[in-house]
Each structure stands twice: as C-alpha cells, then as structure tokens.
Design a protein. Structure first.
Length: 351
C-alpha cells in the first residue's frame, strides 16, 4: 500500500513538474534581421566593418551639410564642442605618439585626432551617433567619406584620397596616436591586481556617508518634468521637477504614471515631441543649456509679426546668430505640422 501511495505521489509530482511554466510563452527569438540591425559595432581589427568607400571630396560635402554647423568647416568647432582636428604633426604620424599629450606640453586643447588611437573607433562613432539630431542616418559610404575628410584635415591622408573597407587597415598605421594606448596586463587576468590601491572601511568608520542623487535648483526643470518622462512599467524614480526638491530620496517603488492635465493637451503633445526629438538636450524649459531656453525664445520674439511661421522655419531649417554663435542644426525629421505645433507652443509662452 505504501509503495502504491509513493508511486501515485511521484506521478502527480511529475505531472506538475512537466507543466509549462507561466513565463514559457513570453517573448520570442530575435530574427536574423533584428540581430543584424543591433550588431553594428566595429572592432579595432575592423571586424564588423561594412563594405563601402567614400572620398575626401564626398565627405566634405556631407560634412558641410550635416556636421559643420556643430563642428566647424575645418573641425575647429566652437565654444560648445571641442575641436576634432589639431595638435598633431607629421612627426606624430611617423612615430604613432602625439607629442602634445606628453607631460610638460602646454597645448591648450586635446582634440579628437590627438587622443583617438584606433581608426575603427572614429568610424564606429560617426556611424552610430552622428549627426547629433539624426544618428545612424548616414550611409556606409557617407561614413567612409566623412572619416576620410577628418583624416585629410589632420594630414593623415591626401586630399584626393578615397577611404574604403580594403585600405582602412593601412590608414590605421598612420594614426598619430596609434601607439598611445596603455595596456595594463593584470586587468586582463582573473587573478591580476588592479591598477589602483585603496582599502575600504568595513567597520568603525570615522564618518558615515549617505549617497543620493539630486538636481541643482537651477536645473530641476531644464529638460521638462522628469516624472512625466518615466516608463509606465518597472521602477519609477523620476522626481516631479515642477515642484520643490523632495526632503527624502525618491524611492524605487512603482508609482502611477503621471497624467498630463486634460486642460493642456497641446503642451503635453509638444513636450513629447521635444523629448522624442532630443530638443531638450540643447534647450531647457527656461534656462539656456547649449541653446536658449524655450521661454527665453518666447520673450525675445514676443509681439513679432507672423511669429509662428518664423519659428517653424527656424526649427526645421536651423540657423545661427540670433542667440550667439552656437548654431541651431536643422531638424528635417520633423514634419511641417510638428514644427508648427512646437512654434505655436513657443509663441504662446512655452508653458
């Protein structure tokens, strides 16, 4: 009898164990096309580099159209962005170490071409992150061209050069700082020692420190209400930046999503547009970040005739000089209706 009872229990338990777990049908395998879209990195040995070619002349045309507004026609940049080209010499190209990076140098600025050691890094960053307002919009040939243009400004390649996937490894041998990387071998070993020495206090520590994140008062609402930008799932940590700072750290427990008041649907839609198109990376609601705050724009142009039409054109086509020398890059990804909606909101006071 005991044997039969035990066997019955085992059969019941086995059936329960064989049941499909509730998470079994969640998600799916990524398709080859999705994996290919994510797998865009280029390694220092140029594995992952797509086929293509771009001349210095073609790269210059792309640069003037999409890069020069932020980085200058010759990579000299402006008061916001650091220079890309400069500080390297023909002697640096020959030996692979930049003299101006050595101790004792008084060169005023560290440029991209001074610091970058691997050409793959430059190609990969342009490919995945540029132009700033429309990343990953350049074709592979355009990335080759822009990279070739930068290299020509640094005199790594001649003005009539065409960079491609077949000769890029040879060009790597002329990078001014190709031998400037430091390799700390112990960091690559499981039992290796670190490159820093420190002893953390584990008991009887003299001072008890509390670490918490916060926003300075002047920057609390620089990018709009952070709480409105939270995901609707998972932990919510964004503070309501339209209100004074909290007296205690904001917890990680999920809270209800913030609902924009129904009385202001236009403002809610516009703020979503601003966030989706990275407008708040350069413009605060009231304060200047890279460009002027939205309320600053409204105040400066208050009473101007046909203000909404003027602002809509500026938003889509860009410009420079109204608020200083920092350029406003064009935003062609916005439709005419979206630009008009943002312009209407600014003209009404950006509230």
């Amino acid at each position: 009898m005991r044997t039969l009872t035990f066997l019955a229990a085992m059969l019941i338990g086995g059936a329960a164990w064989a049941q499909t777990p509730p998470w079994h049908d969640l998600g799916r395998d990524a398709t080859p096309a999705e994996v290919k879209a994510w797998d865009i990195d280029v390694r220092p040995d140029f594995k992952g580099l797509p086929k293509g070619a771009g001349s210095v002349a073609m790269g210059e045309r792309v640069w003037e159209a999409q890069c020069a507004s932020c980085h200058g026609s010759f990579g000299e940049s402006n008061e916001v962005f650091t220079p890309i080209v400069g500080g390297t010499t023909k002697a640096d190209i020959e030996r692979g170490r930049v003299k101006n990076l050595e101790p004792g140098s008084n060169f005023p600025q560290k440029t991209t071409m001074m610091k970058v050691a691997t050409l793959s890094t430059l190609w990969d960053y342009i490919n995945r992150a540029m132009p700033w307002n429309a990343p990953k919009s350049l074709t592979a040939d355009e990335v080759y061209g822009v990279t070739a243009y930068i290299l020509s400004l640094a005199e790594v390649v001649p003005p009539d050069f065409t960079l491609n996937d077949r000769n890029i490894a040879e060009v790597q041998k002329r990078m001014p700082n190709r031998n400037g990387m430091v390799f700390h071998e112990p960091l690559w070993k499981v039992d290796g020692k670190g490159d820093v020495k420190n002893v953390a206090c584990m008991k009887d520590c003299p001072v008890e420190s509390t670490i918490r994140s916060f926003l300075p008062d002047f920057a609390r609402d620089a990018h709009g209400n952070i709480q409105e930008q939270n995901r609707f799932v998972g932990p919510v940590r964004g503070a309501d930046t339209t209100k004074p700072p909290p007296t205690a750290p904001v917890g990680s427990a999920p809270t209800s999503p913030v609902v924009v008041a129904a009385a202001k649907p236009a403002a809610g839609d516009v703020k979503a547009l601003l966030a989706a198109n990275s407008c708040t990376a350069c413009h605060g609601m009231a304060q200047k970040i890279v460009g002027p705050g939205f309320t600053e724009i409204a105040v400066k142009h208050k009473g101007q005739e046909r203000l909404e039409a003027y602002l809509a054109v500026k938003i889509r086509e860009g410009g420079v000089g109204v608020f200083g020398s920092v350029p406003m890059p064009p935003q062609p990804q916005l439709s005419a209706a979206q630009a008009a909606s943002i312009a209407r909101w600014i003209a009404a006071g950006a509230k």
